[in-house]
Ligand binder design. Structure first.
Ligand SMILES: Cc1ncc(COP(=O)(O)O)c(C=O)c1O
Length: 338
């Protein structure tokens, strides 16, 4: 039966497509990938992922191009980041080939759910790695489960590429200085929920976190990296151990260089917010969210117009989306055909 999905009005929400792929690590090796249809899985009640947070994940997208072909954006980068997360949490890293193969299969098996070109929607892939060995003493698991879910998604924020107001959340930190902020540990997101919720109650859809050691420097937003554009055309992004190395940010830095902008990766004192004419939050889900203002206690920093994104962010956004949807030449070899 043909699917009846309103592609243009999809939100960023879970959808059960009826198919995902998974592989188990047991007996000291990765087992073959299997296709699963039941989203409810049997998990030991004492599994390390439940008690000791041995859980990490990834997020990437597949795009339908004008000619109907489908391609994923930089999956090897997500594979490398999941490995880094696994190593830091003393979990079994997923080999890059297995990661890319699982993502490829998840897209192929869910081909009907890939939103058509022109709708702006995409197929979101959610790779997940969890420790499954039962333990009550603190020790890493010996068995793991790796799964890749796929589902069609629309914009992360309902208005899409439209400026939002941000709030500096200082009551709670997102990541300790030598902690796990630089990996995609599932627990980071639970730790950030309360701060995000309080920001939302105050009317700010997005929270900015400072370095937790001194609260003097910009770290990142709750689920995206920080980037600022100066009046003289520099692309500035924080150099911090506790920021997640965003693949979108890395790609935008390359595009900024292609455009002839200077890219600076450095500590950004909060007072440097004065320097920026445009600020963006970047990540896979929203690509770039233009930030109109950042409120810290009674100080409000504003950037450009409340009604539309600035010129440089718009150019960067159009370029990366053009590459992803195949309208602009993939000059850096980022797209992997499925
Ligand atoms: C905390 C955090 N920072 C940044 C990002 C953006 O990373 P990426 O561009 O790889 O999606 C994400 C999303 O994955 C995130 O959760």
């Amino acid at each position: 039966m043909p699917l009846t999905i309103d592609w243009k009005n999809l939100g960023f929400q879970y959808m059960d497509t009826g198919t995902y792929v998974a592989a188990a690590f047991c007996g000291g090796k990765w087992q073959a990938l299997e296709t699963r249809s039941d989203p409810l899985m049997k998990l030991h009640v004492a599994a390390t992922c439940l008690h000791y947070g041995q859980a990490c994940f990834e997020g990437l997208k597949a795009f339908c191009r004008k000619d109907g072909t489908v391609a994923m954006f930089r999956p090897e980068e997500n594979a490398a980041r999941l490995s880094a997360s696994a190593r830091r949490l003393v979990m079994e890293p997923v080999p890059a080939e297995l990661f890319v193969e699982a993502c490829t299969q998840a897209v192929r098996l869910n081909r009907d759910y890939v939103p058509p070109y022109g709708t702006g929607a995409t197929l979101y892939l959610r790779p997940l790695l969890i420790g499954t060995t039962p333990r009550v003493g603190l020790k890493a698991a010996e068995e793991y489960l790796f799964a890749v879910l796929a589902m069609p998604v629309g914009p992360y924020y309902k208005d899409g590429f439209y400026p939002v107001k941000a709030y500096v959340q200082e009551s709670y930190d997102r990541a300790a200085p030598q902690g796990v902020g630089n990996i995609k540990a599932a627990g980071n997101y639970a730790a950030g929920l309360l701060g995000d919720m309080e920001g939302k109650k105050l009317g700010y859809p997005i929270c900015l976190y400072l370095d937790s050691g001194s609260h003097r420097f910009v770290d990142e937003f709750g689920t995206s990296n920080f980037l600022g554009i100066t009046g003289d055309g520099r692309y500035v992004t924080p150099d911090s151990h506790s920021v997640l190395p965003s693949i979108t940010n890395k790609s935008l830095q390359q595009i900024a260089k292609d455009f002839g902008l200077t890219v600076e990766r450095r500590q950004i004192p909060i007072t440097d917010l004065e320097l920026f004419t445009e600020v963006g939050a970047c990540g896979t889900a929203a690509v770039i969210t233009p930030i109109y203002s950042i409120t810290r206690a009674d100080k409000v920093y504003t950037f450009g117009s409340e009604k539309e994104a600035g010129k440089t962010l718009t150019r960067l956004y159009n370029e990366i989306q053009g590459i992803q949807f195949g309208d602009i030449e993939d000059r850096h070899g980022w797209m992997v055909a499925v």
